[in-house]
Design a binder for this molecule. Structure first.
Ligand code: NCD
Length: 293
């Protein structure tokens, strides 16, 4: 079993993963449930939270992580992704966690290797473990997502986080509103709209970073302009439900999509998301490695 997309998870598997992650989040500490297993961490794009939390999750379960330093890998010598996959497979890892700038790259690797492959973010396509940790964070806050409205705001066009959440959160009963600057709304996701309308009355506001590295030409915005026009300021957050919470997958660009006072304010669950990232990845590693045992 691989985890490449939210689409391939059944409702039952989603429930099992969230329940298991909740237990890991409560219990803390380490165990030897996956002792003797080896996880390959292959990140072709930068990562702080995702890479470290997968390594931490493996460590907490007694598994070893072997990390490929992509800067020093043979990709720089012209090796194809398929040859890289077959090379890694020949070493018989127990799982491969992979992030890549191309949509579908982990899917290609999954077709070529024997072990489970986990998509840690492919291009602008999906980031399923991020959506699971966001769902866990919201569930802890609200008890259930049923009937809740989640506004996802910012650079939707380039966001694999938005795409995975737009699939997962409605399956848990939430309504998702997508909104952002017109240039940063995608063609393939319906319902993109006005930011203030999306935030109005929402139970949670998830802000997204402007992914300038994926744009051919910069937005050309002056300092402070993005925050004033499109960012989550205290004034805009006041439009949300009285007990609304704020999420951000990180990395944050403070003063661009989110004001400091909101990021550090009492409604921010941003650090809780990071903690839950370890718990969710523990649940995912355990499910996939047990299934392939
Ligand atoms: C995001 C990603 O890489 O998709 N970060 C993350 O994994 N927590 C979002 C981003 O890069 O802005």
């Amino acid at each position: 079993m691989d985890l490449l997309s939210i689409d391939t998870l059944s409702d039952g598997q989603i429930a099992i993963l969230l329940d298991a992650a909740q237990l890991f989040a409560e219990r803390k500490g380490s165990s030897d449930r996956l002792a003797g297993r080896v996880v390959f961490n292959i990140f072709y794009e930068n990562s702080t939270r995702t890479a470290m939390s997968f390594a931490m999750a493996a460590a907490r379960l007694g598994a070893q992580t072997v990390t490929l330093s992509v800067e020093h890998s043979s990709v720089k010598k012209g090796e194809t992704l398929a040859d890289t996959a077959l090379t890694l497979d020949a070493m018989r890892p127990d799982a491969i966690v992979m992030r890549h700038r191309d949509n579908g790259a982990p899917h290609e690797v999954a077709r070529l290797v024997d072990c489970p492959v986990i998509n840690a973010g492919d291009g602008t396509n999906e980031h399923p473990t991020q959506a699971l940790l966001d769902a866990l964070t919201l569930r802890q806050q609200f008890g259930s997502l049923a009937g809740k409205t989640i506004a996802i705001v910012g650079d939707i066009r380039h966001s694999r986080v938005a795409r995975s959440n737009a699939k997962l959160l409605p399956r848990l009963g939430a309504a998702v509103r997508l909104a952002g600057p017109p240039r940063l709304l995608p063609d393939d996701l319906p319902g993109g709209g006005d930011i203030e309308q999306a935030i109005a009355g929402a139970d949670a506001v998830m802000m997204l970073r402007v992914q300038r590295e994926r744009m051919d030409d910069d937005l050309g915005d002056a300092p402070g302009e993005f925050l004033a026009r499109y960012g989550l300021t205290e004034e805009r957050l006041a439009l949300a439900a009285p007990d609304a919470v704020v999420l951000h997958p990180g990395p944050m660009n403070r003063g661009v999509e989110i004001a400091d006072s909101v990021a550090d304010g009492p409604r921010s669950l941003i650090r809780r998301q990071v903690a839950n990232g370890v718990a969710v990845r523990m649940a995912v590693l355990e499910m996939l490695l047990k299934a392939s045992a």
